[in-house]
Design a protein around this ligand. Structure first.
Ligand SMILES: [Zn+2]
Length: 130
């Protein structure tokens, strides 16, 4: 069943809250990385100016925050799907992902059936190896 406006709003709020929490966490990581980097440059102060999420993500590519970063990317993608109206639609089969699944994982891009198939074909997102 397609999401109701109320369900979409709830998921939107959950995405924003999770994104804010992640951004706070990641900014602290970036600060730490920059501090380490700038200490090598004889105490040049890092620029605390407001920066775009894109800049943050670029910096984080150099930091050891892979898991948080991929979650943030997933949430950013979810936000743009919310904006263009494709949120909640399975990327593989075009069916509805379902409210319960989205509540558990607001960044989900596939319905459960397609996600299960995807993990069988490509391995799970957690990177389990053979
Ligand atoms: Zn699907």
């Amino acid at each position: 069943m397609a999401l109701t406006p109320h369900q979409t709003q709830k998921l939107h709020t959950a995405i924003e809250q999770r994104r804010d929490a992640l951004l706070t966490e990641l900014r602290e990581d970036v600060e730490r990385v920059r501090r380490d980097r700038f200490e090598d440059l004889a105490g040049a102060a890092p620029d605390p100016g407001d920066e775009s999420v894109a800049t943050l993500i670029a910096d984080l590519d150099h930091a050891d925050v892979g898991r948080d970063l991929s979650e943030l990317r997933g949430l950013e993608a979810a936000r743009s799907r919310l904006a263009d109206g494709s949120y909640g639609i399975c990327a593989d089969c075009g069916g509805d992902i379902g409210f319960e699944r989205l509540q558990a994982n607001p960044a989900a891009v596939r319905c459960i059936a397609c996600q299960t198939l995807h993990e069988k074909l490509y391995g799970s997102a957690s990177g389990s190896s053979l």
